[in-house]
Design a binder for this molecule. Structure first.
Ligand SMILES: [Zn+2]
Length: 396
């Protein structure tokens, strides 16, 4: 057992505890609270770790990433900087299709080296749980290749990795009805059987899948015991958010074009609304009315949407800061969006929080004030990162 003490301030993240202590056993939190209230029973047989009057936050949870990819989209980035739109580039056969070609050409070893590098960098920034989607394969064998790379990463990084099968776009040369049937009858069953993903995500938008195709894919996922997620109302309004709420999806993500009626549907459901301000800012778009969503009772998470095209973001903290600056969130709301709500968006009830029984993933902030983590822009203040109660050495 480990007793972490001399914690100036700790966020669970729902509660703020001053002069806190936390007891960890077998990788989980067994007690957390004000040090003065620590039961004597925990003082026997513990290894004491002083955090020297610094603050503690739950490990960050990035609940929406496309972290496995090859190639570069810098040319597209520069074209967009000159005013071309993401949609026009995609419709002309660029965008996602460039990454699909490069990812198909890369070996599993090359893809693994790339994703390991990105995941480790994110760990140094305090991200202890990561969702990673396939979706640059499109063809079944290539989608499976991506999921195998994600599985290997899960066994080689201390982070908890949650793999998702993504139905991204219809590949060129396919009849769309036949592709959806291949996805539903072959790919989803095989992924479920091999335990390669816990959820199916669908990009429901213009240029990708229709609402009816999304429903069909959701039904196939549910039939095989996989959860559902959706890229919803990013470029156009399709009704995907209400479908997600109706079908009990884990999350509906993006939501730039959502309406108050969509927010009401989300608020009445268990579906988490995941905002991706990285993509919003890079594509020069606008976040939805975040305050309006919060006031309607929507549960909001924030993620990086890391991908080589619309969101080359490595910093979840920076995305939380956008939530504050552009979305009108308080620092406390942003912290909750990047920890406990993000874990809920993955169906993980024991991550993203420091409460009894939860996995002891946390970061030590280089300050007596926990929310100082959200103060400097572009600089990580994670002095130490613990995963399952064990310290990850940032300098390694
Ligand atoms: Zn995405």
């Amino acid at each position: 057992m480990w007793l972490f003490n001399e914690i100036s301030e700790l966020y669970t993240p729902f509660d703020r505890v001053e002069n806190a202590a936390m007891v960890v056993d077998a990788g989980r939190v067994v007690w957390v609270g004000p040090a003065a209230e620590l039961p004597d029973a925990y003082l026997d047989d513990v290894t004491l770790v002083s955090l020297r009057n610094r603050a503690v936050l739950p490990g960050l949870v990035d609940s929406h990433t496309h972290l496995v990819w090859a190639g570069s989209r810098v040319d597209e980035y520069l074209r967009r900087a000159r005013g071309e739109t993401y949609e026009a580039i995609l419709e002309a056969g660029g965008g996602i299709h460039n990454t699909v070609h490069a990812t198909a050409a890369a070996s599993e070893g090359e893809l693994f080296a790339g994703v390991l590098d990105r995941a480790r960098y994110m760990l140094t920034q305090g991200v202890t749980t990561l969702e990673i989607k396939s979706g640059y394969g499109l063809e079944a064998e290539q989608e499976l290749k991506m999921l195998h790379v994600i599985r290997r990463l899960a066994s080689e990084t201390p982070q908890h990795i949650e793999p998702t099968l993504l139905a991204h776009v219809i590949p060129t040369g396919w009849d769309r009805r036949e592709y959806v049937e291949m996805f539903c009858r072959r790919l989803i069953p095989e992924v479920a059987r091999e335990d390669l993903a816990t959820a199916v995500d669908v990009f429901c938008d213009r240029g990708a899948f229709t609402l009816e195709e999304t429903r069909r894919l959701f039904e196939a996922a549910a039939e095989h015991g996989l959860a559902c997620k959706v890229h919803a109302e990013q470029l156009t309004h399709t009704g995907a958010t209400r479908l997600a709420a109706e079908m009990g999806a884990l999350s509906a993500d993006h939501l730039e074009q959502t309406t108050p009626a969509d927010w009401q549907a989300l608020a009445a459901s268990s579906t988490v609304a995941t905002l991706l301000p990285g993509a919003t800012v890079v594509l020069r778009k606008h976040l939805p009315d975040v305050r309006g969503m919060l006031d309607t009772g929507v549960k909001i998470a924030i993620a990086t949407d890391h991908n080589p095209g619309s969101s080359p973001f490595y910093s979840l903290l920076l995305c939380l800061q956008f939530g504050i600056a552009l979305g009108g969130m308080s620092a406390e709301e942003a912290l909750i969006a990047g920890t406990v709500h993000a874990a809920d968006a993955l169906g993980l009830r024991d991550h993203g929080r420091l409460t009894r029984g939860a996995v002891a993933d946390f970061l030590v902030v280089d300050s007596p004030h926990a929310l100082a983590a959200l103060y400097p822009w572009g600089k990580s203040v994670a002095a130490e990162v613990y995963v399952g109660g064990e310290r990850f050495r940032i300098s390694d």
